[in-house]
Design a protein around this ligand. Structure first.
Ligand SMILES: CC(C)(COP(=O)(O)OP(=O)(O)OC[C@H]1O[C@@H](n2cnc3c(N)ncnc32)[C@H](O)[C@@H]1OP(=O)(O)O)[C@@H](O)C(=O)NCCC(=O)NCCS
Length: 157
């Protein structure tokens, strides 16, 4: 059972390593995971905790002042489907909009590669308001990568 979810800004590469290690169906390549662990120390991060334990992480990357990318999002499997991922996305969106970003992209495995886990991932992004933009072949792995985008809003500041 997942208690109250708290999302804070911060970096915790150890939590990135632990959470990715618990998700072999999505993050099964050790070298790729180490890339994310290093990114976990460097990129702006959001940490979701419940009962004092970090159970979800998101890393964001800013390519341009107007736009940003979710570089990584991952939630411990025993906490899936309980709102942790949604809380992380919402916190990142609020932080980015307050900092002037207007659009947010995320990349994931595309629908032309059949995989139940990534179908659930795409359903998560769709339910969070992300729209599919384009599927590319060989962008960041040998198979198809789907780029999704979401309009965040016009900055008020
Ligand atoms: C994708 C992920 C970050 C979503 O986080 P989450 O805490 O499970 O998501 P939430 O509970 O906030 O939202 C659940 C929604 O996601 C979808 N979903 C994805 N995986 C799910 C699962 N295992 N159980 C239930 N819902 C799931 C459902 O469509 C659900 O939509 P709804 O709220 O409209 O019913 C998380 O499942 C995860 O870490 N998956 C593995 C790693 C991954 O896919 N990372 C992204 C790689 S590109």
């Amino acid at each position: 059972m997942t208690g109250t979810i708290t999302v804070t800004r911060g970096n915790d590469p150890g939590a990135v390593r632990r959470i990715l290690g618990s998700l072999p169906d999505w993050f099964g390549i050790p070298e790729a995971n180490e890339h994310y662990v290093r990114a976990g120390a460097r990129l702006p991060g959001y940490l979701a905790s419940t009962d004092g334990e970090v159970v979800g992480v998101a890393l964001v990357e800013r390519h341009f002042p107007e736009s940003a990318e979710i570089h990584l999002i991952a939630v411990s499997p025993e906490h899936h489907g309980k709102g942790v991922g949604t809380a992380l996305v919402r916190a990142a969106e609020e932080g980015l909009l307050a900092d002037g970003a207007q659009v947010l992209q995320v990349k994931t495995v595309g629908p032309s590669f059949e995989d139940e886990g990534y179908a659930a991932t795409r359903a998560f992004y769709a339910a969070r308001g992300f729209l599919p933009l384009q599927e590319h072949d060989g962008l960041d792995w040998d198979g198809p990568t789907l780029v999704l985008v979401r309009f965040l809003g016009v900055p008020t500041g």
